[in-house]
Each structure stands twice: as C-alpha cells, then as structure tokens.
Design a binder for this molecule. Structure first.
Ligand SMILES: O=c1ccn([C@H]2C[C@H](O)[C@@H](COP(=O)(O)OP(=O)(O)OP(=O)(O)O)O2)c(=O)[nH]1
Length: 195
C-alpha cells in the first residue's frame, strides 16, 4: 500500500516517520508523496585524476570526487551530460515497516533533470540525508538552486516490518549520512569489506 497525504501526516505526527526540517508542509506534502529540497553540497567527478575506478579501492573513489559547496543564494549549473552527487536538505528516518522511493519531479524531468541513476530506494530503518544522483539528460545547462524542491519521496507499507532493518545492527554503510556521500562499495564482502 502506498501512503496518501493523510497517511503520511499520520505517520509524521506519530513520530516514527521523520522528515526534517519540513519547512513548508502545505507545499511539500503532495497527494501521495513529500517533496524534498536541494542541499548546498555537491560531489563532482574529477575525470582527469585517475584512469579508472576499482571498486575495492577506497583511495581511488576518494580521489575521484571533490566537494563543491554553493552559497544558499547562489546556484549550481548542471551541464548536459553531467553526473554529480547532490543531497537533500532534509534528513529522513524511515520506520521498519516502510520503504521510501526517491523520485524526480515532473517539472524538472521536463527540463531533463533526473535525481537518480538507478538506486532510488531508502530501506526500512534508513536514517540520514539522501544522496541524489543528479544528471542533466538534455542539451541546455540548467541552474539548480539550494532550497528548490528537487525530488519527491513516496512511501510503501510492508506486509510485515523488516526483521533486520537498515542501520548499525547490520553495519549499514550509509546510515546517518550527512551531505552527498561517494560510493562505499569497497565495504562490500565481494571487495574485501564485511557487508
Ligand atoms: O537515491 C538514493 C537511494 C538510497 N539512498 C540511501 C538510503 C538507502 O537505504 C541507502 C542504501 O541504498 P542501497 O541499499 O540501494 O545501497 P547499497 O549499495 O546496496 O548499500 P548497502 O550495502 O548499505 O545496502 O542509501 C540514498 O542516499 N539515495
């Protein structure tokens, strides 16, 4: 079951679903989703730094990205073909019996801006800001401004709460992330990590 605006409000009031700061609930709570705003930090990919990324190399991933912070009243120009990591302004807490889907907004989609390349799922138990995989699929640069509504979250109720929710209990690598976070795939067991 997908939560409606009334269901979302009920869960926010109950306090187990958290979206904060929710500056403007009247505008941000949509019929069956919550609009989230764009944060000020961006991770850009430095193509010249390394020839290729080996997923098991924390160093290569770290060398590959560089953070840019734009002022609250400034803008970030996303050029055609660019791929950068952004962040939601809001921090979320997803209860154990919900999953949240990170979706784009139609108005931005019509300008060719997408907010995730592939992994648009926030697990039951996830807490933190949401890293956005931002791309401009169009032919004209688009100016993005911190605070603008950039994405929407929808919520689906699970049949039963997750037995092992995302979080410290299972060593989840993005729990409590602040700002855009680069890939931590080197934490995967396949690449020598313990997850
Ligand atoms: O667009 C998104 C989607 C998800 N997340 C957060 C919430 C989610 O719970 C967490 C992990 O996502 P996923 O399970 O898809 O990533 P993974 O690579 O499998 O990581 P893990 O091994 O920690 O599950 O990342 C984001 O920040 N941005």
């Amino acid at each position: 079951m997908i939560l409606s605006d009334a269901d979302i409000l009920r869960r926010l009031e109950a306090g187990d679903l958290v979206v904060e700061p929710l500056d403007d609930p009247d505008i941000q709570i949509q019929p069956a989703s919550i609009d989230l705003r764009l944060g000020r930090e961006f991770l850009e990919f430095q193509h010249a730094n390394i020839p290729c990324i080996h997923p098991n190399s924390e160093q290569e991933v770290a060398d590959y990205v560089e953070e840019t912070v734009v002022a609250a009243d400034d803008e970030y120009i996303l050029h055609p073909g660019d791929f950068v990591l952004g962040t939601t302004h809001e921090r979320v807490e997803i209860p154990d019996d919900l999953i949240a889907h990170v979706e784009g907004r139609s108005s931005l989609g019509r300008l060719a801006i997408v907010v995730h390349a592939t992994a648009g799922l926030c697990d039951p138990g996830y807490q933190g800001q949401i890293t956005l995989e931002l791309s401009n699929l169009g032919t004209a640069p688009v100016a993005l401004s911190p605070g603008m509504r950039i994405s929407q979250l929808t919520f689906t109720e699970l049949k039963t709460p997750a037995d092992r929710p995302y979080g410290e209990g299972r060593g989840s690598k993005y729990q409590d992330q602040k700002g855009p976070q680069a890939s931590k795939i080197q934490g995967d067991r396949e690449f020598g990590g313990d997850q």
